[in-house]
Design a protein around this ligand. Structure first.
Ligand SMILES: *Cc1c(COP(=O)(O)O)cnc(C)c1O
Length: 389
C-alpha cells in the first residue's frame, strides 16, 4: 500500500474563507474589484505597516509592475539576487532589461551586500559584459529576496542602494510575517512584493500584492493593473496597461487567511524548531541562521538545511532527499541560482560561489502549517534511518 503523500507546503484554510467567498457571490461582486479587494488591501497594510497596498493577480505581476514603476526600460540593468525562484528574474526580461545576478552571503543565504557593491563598481567601470545589444549601463533597481522567509541584510543593502542612489524592490513573496529590526518584510524598501500562490504561507490560490509607503506609486500600480484607463466616458488610453488586478472572489479567500496569519507563522516556526532540535546532534548540518537572530525574525515558510557530505560521513543532500521520496515525502533542493539556469546562462554574475554551494548542499524539508503528528513521525523515522544506521 502506498503511503499518503506529505507535501512540502500545502494550502491551509482557516475556516472563514468560504463565508467571505459566499458574500462575494451573494452581492454579485464577481470581478477584479470590489469590497474584498479593498478589505484585503487594508488587512495587508495593517499587518505589514505599509502605507499602501495594491492587491494583484500574482507576485510575478507585482514584480513586473514594480520594475515598471521604477522606470526599468530596455537595456537598463537590474541587480537581482541569483539564488531565488525564476519569478524574481523573469520580469526583468519582460522589460527588455539586463539582469546582473548577485551572490548570497552565508548567514541569511540572501543577497550579499559586499557582492552587490562589487557589482555596482564593476558596472560603473564598464568591467562587465552583457548579453544585450544596447546596454544603457544605468542601474535602475536592486532586487533582494527573503528566501524561505529569512530576511535579507536589508540595512546593509539599503545603505549600498542609498550610496549609489538606486531604488530597492524587495521580493517578500516568501516572507509575509517575517520581520527585520522591527519592520515587516515587504515594507523594508521603496517597493515590496508579496505572493499568495498555493504553496505560500497564506494563499488565495493565486495572487500577489505590491506594497509601498508612496501613495503615488501604489495608485499608479492600480491604474496600470486595470488596463491603464484614462478618466473619460469612453475607453481612452495614454499608457500601455495590464490586466493584473486580483479578483474580488479570491480576495475573499485572502481576507479569511489574514485572520489566521499569526497562527500560520507560529506553526511554521515550530516546524523549524523540531528540525533544528533533531539535527543539532548531527555533524555537518547547517542552517539559514544569522548570528543575531533577534534581528532576523523569519516566518520559516520553509525549513531548510545544508548538508556538508565531507562532515556527515558521505550523506549528501540527495541521500536525504531520495530517502524521503521513497517514503512518499516531498523534499526539494534549494532554488537553483539564476546564473546557472539555461535561460540566463549568458547573464553576468558577481560573487564567489556561495549560492552555488548552497544549491548543491541545501534541502527544503516538509514545512506546511498543517503537518500532523503522524506526518512528523514518518518524517523523523525516515531521517533517523538515514543518519543513525
Ligand atoms: C512565489 C514567488 C514569486 C512569484 O509569486 P507568484 O504569486 O507565484 O507569481 C516570486 N518570487 C519568489 C521568491 C517566490 O517564491
Amino acid at each position: 500500500m502506498t503511503k499518503t503523500k506529505i507535501w512540502l507546503s500545502s494550502p491551509h484554510m482557516g475556516g472563514e474563507e468560504e463565508s467571505f467567498v459566499g458574500e462575494a457571490f451573494e452581492t454579485n461582486w464577481i470581478a477584479p474589484l470590489g469590497p474584498h479587494v479593498n478589505g484585503f488591501e487594508e488587512d495587508l497594510q495593517a499587518f505589514t505597516g505599509a502605507g499602501h497596498a495594491a492587491a494583484l493577480s500574482s507576485g510575478t505581476a507585482a514584480l513586473h509592475l514594480g520594475l515598471i514603476l521604477l522606470d526599468v526600460k530596455p537595456g537598463d540593468i537590474v541587480l537581482c539576487q541569483s539564488m531565488t525562484f525564476s519569478a524574481s528574474a523573469n520580469p526583468i526580461a519582460y522589460q527588455g532589461a539586463i539582469p546582473v545576478f548577485i551572490d548570497s552571503e552565508e548567514e541569511t543565504w540572501n543577497m550579499c551586500p559586499r557582492a552587490l557593491e562589487d557589482a555596482i563598481l564593476a558596472i560603473n567601470e564598464r568591467k562587465l559584459s552583457y548579453d544585450h545589444p544596447s546596454p544603457t549601463h544605468k542601474i535602475k533597481a536592486i532586487l533582494p529576496v527573503h528566501l524561505y522567509g529569512m530576511p535579507a541584510k536589508m540595512e546593509d543593502i539599503n545603505a549600498v542602494a542609498d550610496k549609489y542612489g538606486i531604488p530597492v524592490l524587495e521580493d517578500a513573496a516568501e516572507a509575509l510575517g517575517s520581520r527585520y529590526k522591527g519592520g515587516s518584510c515587504g515594507n523594508l524598501a521603496d517597493l515590496g512584493v508579496l505572493s499568495f500562490n498555493g504553496n505560500k504561507i497564506i494563499t488565495t490560490s493565486g495572487g500577489g500584492a505590491l506594497l509601498s509607503d508612496d501613495e503615488t506609486m501604489i495608485s499608479k500600480a492600480r491604474f496600470l493593473a486595470t488596463q491603464a484607463r484614462d478618466p473619460a466616458p469612453h475607453y481612452q488610453h495614454s499608457h500601455i496597461g495590464y490586466n493584473y488586478r486580483l479578483s474580488n472572489v479570491l480576495a475573499g479567500i485572502g481576507r479569511g487567511q489574514m485572520k489566521v496569519i499569526s497562527d500560520r507563522v507560529n506553526a511554521r516556526r515550530k516546524n523549524y524548531e523540531r528540525y533544528r532540535r533533531f539535527f543539532s546532534e548531527i555533524e555537518g548540518i547547517y542552517f539559514q541562521e544569522p548570528v543575531d537572530d533577534s534581528v532576523y525574525f523569519s516566518n520559516r515558510w520553509l525549513s531548510t538545511i545544508g548538508i556538508d557530505p565531507a562532515r556527515t560521513g558521505g550523506i549528501s543532500r540527495e541521500t536525504v532527499r531520495l530517502a524521503l521520496e521513497a517514503e512518499n515525502i516531498e523534499a526539494r533542493p534549494l532554488w537553483k541560482p539564476m546564473h546557472l539556469q539555461p535561460v540566463f546562462a549568458k547573464a553576468a554574475f558577481v560573487g564567489n560561489g556561495v549560492c552555488e554551494r548552497l544549491f548543491e548542499q541545501g534541502l527544503c524539508l516538509p514545512s506546511g502549517s498543517n503537518l500532523t503528528e503522524s506526518d512528523f513521525r514518518r518524517i523523523f523515522t525516515c531521517l533517523h534511518s538515514v543518519f543513525y544506521s
